[in-house]
Design a protein around this ligand. Structure first.
Ligand code: NAD
Length: 267
Protein backbone atom coordinates (compact mmCIF):
# COMPACT_ATOMS: atom_id res chain seq x y z
CA UNK A 1 0.00 0.00 0.00
CA UNK A 2 1.47 3.37 -0.94
CA UNK A 3 1.37 6.08 1.74
CA UNK A 4 0.36 9.58 0.66
CA UNK A 5 2.17 12.63 2.05
CA UNK A 6 -0.90 13.67 3.99
CA UNK A 7 -0.50 10.58 6.19
CA UNK A 8 3.07 11.52 7.10
CA UNK A 9 3.66 12.74 10.63
CA UNK A 10 5.51 15.93 9.65
CA UNK A 11 3.77 16.76 6.36
CA UNK A 12 3.75 20.54 5.94
CA UNK A 13 6.22 21.07 8.81
CA UNK A 14 9.47 22.98 8.44
CA UNK A 15 12.54 21.95 10.39
CA UNK A 16 16.02 23.43 10.93
CA UNK A 17 18.75 20.92 11.88
CA UNK A 18 22.18 22.20 12.91
CA UNK A 19 25.08 19.94 11.96
CA UNK A 20 22.47 18.14 9.89
CA UNK A 21 24.50 16.50 7.11
CA UNK A 22 26.62 13.98 9.02
CA UNK A 23 26.33 11.43 11.81
CA UNK A 24 23.32 11.78 14.10
CA UNK A 25 22.30 15.04 12.38
CA UNK A 26 22.20 13.29 9.01
CA UNK A 27 19.89 10.61 10.42
CA UNK A 28 17.66 13.33 11.93
CA UNK A 29 17.45 15.30 8.65
CA UNK A 30 16.67 12.12 6.73
CA UNK A 31 14.02 10.93 9.19
CA UNK A 32 12.22 14.30 9.10
CA UNK A 33 12.24 14.38 5.30
CA UNK A 34 10.98 10.77 5.17
CA UNK A 35 8.11 11.84 7.42
CA UNK A 36 7.20 14.68 5.05
CA UNK A 37 9.00 17.70 6.55
CA UNK A 38 10.90 20.31 4.60
CA UNK A 39 14.39 20.46 6.09
CA UNK A 40 16.81 23.39 6.38
CA UNK A 41 20.13 21.64 6.85
CA UNK A 42 22.92 23.54 8.59
CA UNK A 43 26.62 22.77 8.53
CA UNK A 44 29.80 24.75 8.09
CA UNK A 45 30.46 24.09 4.41
CA UNK A 46 27.97 25.01 1.70
CA UNK A 47 29.49 22.53 -0.80
CA UNK A 48 28.99 19.63 1.61
CA UNK A 49 25.38 20.65 2.24
CA UNK A 50 24.71 20.97 -1.50
CA UNK A 51 26.07 17.46 -1.99
CA UNK A 52 23.94 16.12 0.86
CA UNK A 53 20.56 17.69 0.02
CA UNK A 54 19.72 15.42 -2.97
CA UNK A 55 19.93 12.39 -0.64
CA UNK A 56 16.83 13.65 1.21
CA UNK A 57 13.47 12.43 -0.10
CA UNK A 58 11.62 15.30 -1.83
CA UNK A 59 8.47 16.77 -0.28
CA UNK A 60 5.62 18.45 -2.20
CA UNK A 61 5.90 21.81 -0.38
CA UNK A 62 9.26 22.59 -2.02
CA UNK A 63 12.98 21.95 -1.95
CA UNK A 64 15.04 21.32 1.15
CA UNK A 65 17.50 24.08 1.97
CA UNK A 66 21.23 24.42 2.65
CA UNK A 67 21.86 26.90 5.50
CA UNK A 68 25.63 27.13 5.89
CA UNK A 69 26.93 28.68 9.12
CA UNK A 70 29.43 28.01 11.84
CA UNK A 71 26.99 27.85 14.77
CA UNK A 72 29.50 29.67 17.01
CA UNK A 73 29.47 32.69 14.67
CA UNK A 74 26.65 35.04 15.66
CA UNK A 75 26.37 36.83 12.33
CA UNK A 76 26.42 33.58 10.37
CA UNK A 77 23.71 31.99 12.56
CA UNK A 78 21.49 35.07 12.28
CA UNK A 79 21.75 34.97 8.53
CA UNK A 80 21.25 31.16 8.26
CA UNK A 81 18.13 31.19 10.43
CA UNK A 82 16.78 34.27 8.65
CA UNK A 83 17.35 32.48 5.34
CA UNK A 84 15.31 29.47 6.52
CA UNK A 85 12.42 31.67 7.71
CA UNK A 86 12.50 33.64 4.45
CA UNK A 87 12.65 30.65 2.10
CA UNK A 88 10.25 28.42 4.05
CA UNK A 89 7.92 31.18 5.27
CA UNK A 90 8.44 30.00 8.87
CA UNK A 91 9.84 27.15 10.95
CA UNK A 92 8.03 24.71 13.25
CA UNK A 93 10.92 22.74 14.70
CA UNK A 94 14.54 23.44 15.62
CA UNK A 95 17.02 20.64 16.30
CA UNK A 96 20.31 21.85 17.80
CA UNK A 97 22.56 18.94 16.99
CA UNK A 98 25.98 20.38 16.03
CA UNK A 99 28.61 19.57 18.63
CA UNK A 100 32.33 18.87 18.98
CA UNK A 101 34.70 17.47 21.60
CA UNK A 102 38.41 17.93 22.33
CA UNK A 103 40.63 15.91 24.65
CA UNK A 104 43.24 17.26 27.05
CA UNK A 105 44.29 16.62 30.66
CA UNK A 106 42.46 19.29 32.64
CA UNK A 107 45.67 20.69 34.17
CA UNK A 108 46.96 21.49 30.68
CA UNK A 109 43.82 22.37 28.79
CA UNK A 110 44.49 25.24 26.39
CA UNK A 111 41.97 28.02 26.93
CA UNK A 112 41.47 28.13 23.19
CA UNK A 113 40.36 24.46 23.11
CA UNK A 114 38.04 24.86 26.08
CA UNK A 115 36.45 27.96 24.54
CA UNK A 116 36.13 26.31 21.12
CA UNK A 117 34.05 23.48 22.59
CA UNK A 118 31.96 25.89 24.68
CA UNK A 119 31.48 28.21 21.70
CA UNK A 120 30.08 25.44 19.49
CA UNK A 121 28.25 23.31 22.08
CA UNK A 122 26.80 26.07 24.27
CA UNK A 123 26.94 29.41 22.44
CA UNK A 124 26.01 27.70 19.16
CA UNK A 125 22.91 26.16 20.75
CA UNK A 126 22.00 29.49 22.37
CA UNK A 127 22.37 31.43 19.12
CA UNK A 128 20.29 29.01 17.02
CA UNK A 129 17.56 28.88 19.67
CA UNK A 130 17.58 32.63 20.23
CA UNK A 131 17.14 33.41 16.54
CA UNK A 132 14.29 30.90 16.18
CA UNK A 133 12.58 31.93 19.43
CA UNK A 134 12.72 35.57 18.34
CA UNK A 135 10.56 34.71 15.32
CA UNK A 136 8.22 32.41 17.26
CA UNK A 137 7.54 35.02 19.94
CA UNK A 138 6.63 37.50 17.19
CA UNK A 139 4.52 35.21 14.99
CA UNK A 140 2.97 33.06 17.75
CA UNK A 141 4.28 29.71 16.47
CA UNK A 142 3.87 26.96 19.05
CA UNK A 143 7.14 25.41 17.98
CA UNK A 144 9.29 22.64 19.36
CA UNK A 145 13.02 22.61 20.06
CA UNK A 146 15.11 19.50 20.61
CA UNK A 147 18.71 19.81 21.79
CA UNK A 148 21.23 17.01 21.27
CA UNK A 149 23.08 16.73 24.57
CA UNK A 150 24.96 13.60 25.74
CA UNK A 151 25.15 11.09 28.58
CA UNK A 152 28.00 13.37 29.65
CA UNK A 153 25.31 15.82 30.75
CA UNK A 154 25.26 13.42 33.73
CA UNK A 155 28.36 11.19 33.61
CA UNK A 156 31.66 13.03 34.08
CA UNK A 157 34.06 12.68 31.14
CA UNK A 158 37.62 13.10 32.50
CA UNK A 159 40.03 14.85 30.13
CA UNK A 160 37.08 16.24 28.16
CA UNK A 161 36.30 19.14 30.50
CA UNK A 162 34.79 21.39 27.84
CA UNK A 163 32.52 18.61 26.63
CA UNK A 164 31.30 17.74 30.16
CA UNK A 165 30.77 21.43 31.00
CA UNK A 166 28.99 22.14 27.74
CA UNK A 167 26.59 19.22 27.95
CA UNK A 168 25.82 20.03 31.59
CA UNK A 169 25.04 23.57 30.47
CA UNK A 170 22.66 22.58 27.69
CA UNK A 171 20.70 20.38 30.11
CA UNK A 172 19.95 23.48 32.15
CA UNK A 173 19.31 25.59 29.05
CA UNK A 174 16.61 23.09 28.03
CA UNK A 175 14.92 23.46 31.42
CA UNK A 176 15.27 27.25 31.44
CA UNK A 177 13.78 27.72 27.96
CA UNK A 178 11.07 25.15 28.67
CA UNK A 179 9.93 27.16 31.67
CA UNK A 180 10.35 30.53 29.99
CA UNK A 181 8.26 29.64 26.92
CA UNK A 182 5.79 27.01 28.23
CA UNK A 183 2.91 29.48 28.42
CA UNK A 184 3.37 30.30 24.73
CA UNK A 185 3.00 26.63 23.78
CA UNK A 186 6.66 26.33 22.82
CA UNK A 187 8.20 23.04 24.01
CA UNK A 188 11.92 22.45 24.60
CA UNK A 189 13.44 19.03 25.26
CA UNK A 190 16.77 17.27 24.99
CA UNK A 191 18.13 13.89 24.01
CA UNK A 192 21.24 12.49 25.67
CA UNK A 193 22.83 9.79 23.51
CA UNK A 194 25.32 7.24 24.78
CA UNK A 195 28.00 5.82 22.45
CA UNK A 196 26.71 6.13 18.89
CA UNK A 197 28.38 4.97 15.68
CA UNK A 198 29.16 8.24 13.90
CA UNK A 199 32.32 9.82 12.43
CA UNK A 200 32.88 11.43 15.87
CA UNK A 201 33.69 7.93 17.16
CA UNK A 202 35.69 6.58 14.21
CA UNK A 203 38.68 6.39 16.58
CA UNK A 204 37.24 3.34 18.37
CA UNK A 205 34.43 2.20 16.09
CA UNK A 206 36.83 1.02 13.36
CA UNK A 207 39.18 -0.80 15.72
CA UNK A 208 37.75 -4.23 16.71
CA UNK A 209 39.54 -4.33 20.11
CA UNK A 210 38.46 -0.81 21.06
CA UNK A 211 34.93 -1.49 19.78
CA UNK A 212 34.74 -4.56 22.02
CA UNK A 213 36.08 -2.58 24.98
CA UNK A 214 33.50 0.19 24.50
CA UNK A 215 30.68 -2.36 24.10
CA UNK A 216 31.72 -4.11 27.33
CA UNK A 217 30.78 -0.98 29.31
CA UNK A 218 27.29 -0.73 27.84
CA UNK A 219 24.61 -2.84 29.58
CA UNK A 220 22.96 -3.63 26.22
CA UNK A 221 26.36 -4.76 24.94
CA UNK A 222 26.62 -2.56 21.85
CA UNK A 223 26.88 1.04 20.70
CA UNK A 224 23.82 2.69 19.21
CA UNK A 225 23.03 3.67 15.62
CA UNK A 226 22.20 7.23 14.58
CA UNK A 227 18.65 6.14 13.66
CA UNK A 228 18.11 5.13 17.26
CA UNK A 229 18.63 8.77 18.25
CA UNK A 230 16.73 10.26 15.29
CA UNK A 231 13.47 8.44 16.11
CA UNK A 232 13.22 9.77 19.69
CA UNK A 233 14.13 13.26 18.41
CA UNK A 234 11.18 13.07 16.01
CA UNK A 235 8.93 11.84 18.81
CA UNK A 236 9.88 14.74 21.10
CA UNK A 237 9.34 17.22 18.24
CA UNK A 238 5.97 15.72 17.32
CA UNK A 239 2.44 16.33 18.53
CA UNK A 240 2.60 12.92 20.20
CA UNK A 241 4.83 14.62 22.78
CA UNK A 242 2.48 17.60 23.13
CA UNK A 243 2.59 17.61 26.96
CA UNK A 244 6.34 16.96 27.33
CA UNK A 245 8.65 19.90 27.96
CA UNK A 246 11.90 20.52 29.86
CA UNK A 247 12.93 16.86 29.75
CA UNK A 248 16.14 15.18 28.65
CA UNK A 249 15.67 11.65 27.35
CA UNK A 250 18.71 9.40 27.85
CA UNK A 251 19.14 7.07 24.87
CA UNK A 252 22.13 5.01 25.83
CA UNK A 253 21.57 1.24 25.96
CA UNK A 254 21.61 1.52 29.76
CA UNK A 255 24.90 3.41 30.08
CA UNK A 256 23.49 5.71 32.77
CA UNK A 257 22.22 2.79 34.90
CA UNK A 258 25.42 2.31 36.92
CA UNK A 259 26.44 -0.89 35.11
CA UNK A 260 28.80 -1.72 37.98
CA UNK A 261 25.70 -2.65 39.98
CA UNK A 262 24.63 -5.36 37.49
CA UNK A 263 25.98 -7.89 39.99
CA UNK A 264 25.62 -7.07 43.65
CA UNK A 265 29.00 -6.16 45.18
CA UNK A 266 27.95 -4.07 48.16
CA UNK A 267 26.54 -6.72 50.53
P1 NAD B 1 29.73 14.23 13.97
O1 NAD B 1 31.08 14.81 14.20
O2 NAD B 1 29.62 13.01 13.17
O3 NAD B 1 28.76 15.33 13.36
C1 NAD B 1 28.68 16.61 13.90
C2 NAD B 1 28.06 17.53 12.89
O4 NAD B 1 28.09 18.86 13.42
C3 NAD B 1 28.83 17.56 11.58
O5 NAD B 1 27.93 17.67 10.51
C4 NAD B 1 29.68 18.83 11.70
O6 NAD B 1 29.99 19.40 10.46
C5 NAD B 1 28.69 19.72 12.46
N1 NAD B 1 29.39 20.80 13.14
C6 NAD B 1 30.47 20.71 13.97
N2 NAD B 1 30.85 21.93 14.36
C7 NAD B 1 29.99 22.80 13.77
C8 NAD B 1 29.87 24.20 13.78
N3 NAD B 1 30.72 24.97 14.47
N4 NAD B 1 28.86 24.76 13.07
C9 NAD B 1 28.00 24.01 12.36
N5 NAD B 1 28.07 22.67 12.30
C10 NAD B 1 29.06 22.09 13.00
O7 NAD B 1 29.12 14.04 15.42
P2 NAD B 1 27.86 13.21 15.95
O8 NAD B 1 28.39 12.04 16.68
O9 NAD B 1 26.84 13.02 14.89
O10 NAD B 1 27.36 14.25 17.04
C11 NAD B 1 26.21 15.06 16.88
C12 NAD B 1 25.78 15.53 18.26
O11 NAD B 1 25.51 14.40 19.07
C13 NAD B 1 26.83 16.35 19.00
O12 NAD B 1 26.21 17.41 19.69
C14 NAD B 1 27.39 15.36 19.99
O13 NAD B 1 27.90 15.97 21.15
C15 NAD B 1 26.17 14.53 20.29
N6 NAD B 1 26.51 13.20 20.82
C16 NAD B 1 27.14 12.27 20.05
C17 NAD B 1 27.43 11.02 20.60
C18 NAD B 1 28.13 9.95 19.83
O14 NAD B 1 28.48 8.91 20.44
N7 NAD B 1 28.34 10.07 18.55
C19 NAD B 1 27.09 10.75 21.92
C20 NAD B 1 26.44 11.72 22.67
C21 NAD B 1 26.15 12.95 22.10
Amino acid sequence: MSSSCSTKRFAGKKVFVSGGSQGIGEAISLAFAQEGARVAVNGRKKEKLDEFLPSLPPVPEGAHLACPADVSDEKAVCSAVAQAFREFGGLDILVCNAGILMESPSEDIPLEDFMKVMNVNVTGVMLCAREVLRHWVKDGTKGSIVINSSVHQLIPKPAFLGYSASKGAVGNMVRTWALEYASRGIRVNGVAPGAILTPMNDGWANDPDKYKAVSSHIPMGRPGESDEIAEPVLFLASDQASYITGQTLYIDGGLTLYADFTKNWST
